[in-house]
Design a protein around this ligand. Structure first.
Ligand code: PRP
Ligand code: ZN
Length: 297
């Protein structure tokens, strides 16, 4: 009988990372169907089980080995590490930054607040859901302020007189704008991160490595482009120098043409209009840049 060893992954049920997490798994070729209220599901074509939970609970799920891995914002992980008494959290390690869910934890004050630096917060009240990260910041800056712990809707605190300032996540900045607040200090930068429990059986590590390889492939492909162009044979060296992030492009003969060759290359960085113009000014024609869907080195 075949052993049924499956890796368990905790991801956010709904919220800022949920859609991107599912997209990433999909890009990794992992198929699963989740109905709306389902908290658990099995991938159909990969030994992975998914647990859909609240983001604050993800570090604890991984710490207690209910799941071996999780995807969580670094803001949530760091806050839990600082403020939770759960000793098991020490067994949780970040293994990969995932590049999505970028946001910052910032201090913001009403426009009428004459802010002149962190010392302006001395003796003030600050509303936040990130008591741990905020109190570390205040301590580092020798500021004494009172923290008002709120679970959500932090941005309304100044308007209703609950606090003088807030410390909350900002991504586009529109929440601050509609609430008449200005961002004055970034205290922490965050993005989605893949976390794991230190203690995983070797069978599960094998599955994890396979998953990591696929995620890396998706990340690399996202940043890479495939470029094809025609170049005068005489300008070959000159043109090769301009192709970004590619050491050894493929050079192909063009049938019936001795004066021209075709160059194909994988570029490990984006290709901008400026580069294409530069290539053209060196004699390149028929320049084609196409996205790469998957890549395995
Ligand atoms: C965060 C934060 C702000 C908003 C900022 O809330 O608390 O409300 O996002 O984003 P913006 O700069 O793009 O406007 P989140 O959506 O995570 O929900 P929550 O406050 O209910 O936890
Ligand atoms: Zn919010």
């Amino acid at each position: 009988m075949r052993e049924n060893v499956r890796l368990k992954l905790a991801i956010q049920k709904s919220g800022r990372l949920a859609d991107d997490c599912r997209d990433l798994l999909e890009q990794c070729g992992i198929k699963f169907t989740k109905s709306k209220d389902q908290l658990f599901c099995q991938a159909q074509n990969f030994p992975l089980d998914l647990f859909f939970v609240r983001d604050d609970d993800i570090p604890a799920f991984v710490a207690s080995s209910v799941c071996q891995i999780g995807i969580v914002g670094r803001n949530v992980l760091s806050e839990e590490m600082i403020s939770s008494p759960n000793q098991k959290l020490k067994s949780v390690k970040e293994i990969m930054a995932l590049g999505f869910g970028k946001c910052r934890l910032s201090l913001a004050v009403p426009h009428s607040f004459a802010y002149e630096g962190v010392c302006s917060l001395e003796g003030k009240t600050i509303a936040t859901s990130y008591e741990g990260l905020l109190s570390e910041f205040l301590k580092q800056n020798n500021v004494n302020a009172e923290i008002v712990d709120m679970r959500g809707a932090v941005e309304i605190a100044p308007r209703v007189g609950m606090a003088d300032a807030i410390c909350d996540l900002v991504s586009t900045g529109s929440t601050l704008a509609v609430n008449g607040l200005k961002e004055v200090e970034v205290i922490f930068r965050s993005e989605a991160s893949l976390i794991r429990n230190e203690n995983i059986s070797s069978k599960l590590v094998e599955i994890l490595d396979r998953l990591l390889l696929r995620i890396k492939g998706v990340q690399q492909a996202g940043a890479s482009k495939y470029i094809m162009l025609h170049a005068p044979a005489a300008a070959l060296d000159d043109i090769r120098k301009v192709i970004p992030g590619s050491d050894s492009p493929t050079v192909l003969a063009l049938q019936g043409r001795n004066d021209k060759v075709a160059i194909h290359a994988v570029c490990n960085e984006g290709i901008f209009w400026e580069t294409m113009e530069d290539l053209r000014s060196r004699g390149a024609t028929d320049i084609l840049v196409v996205p790469i869907e998957k890549m395995l080195n």
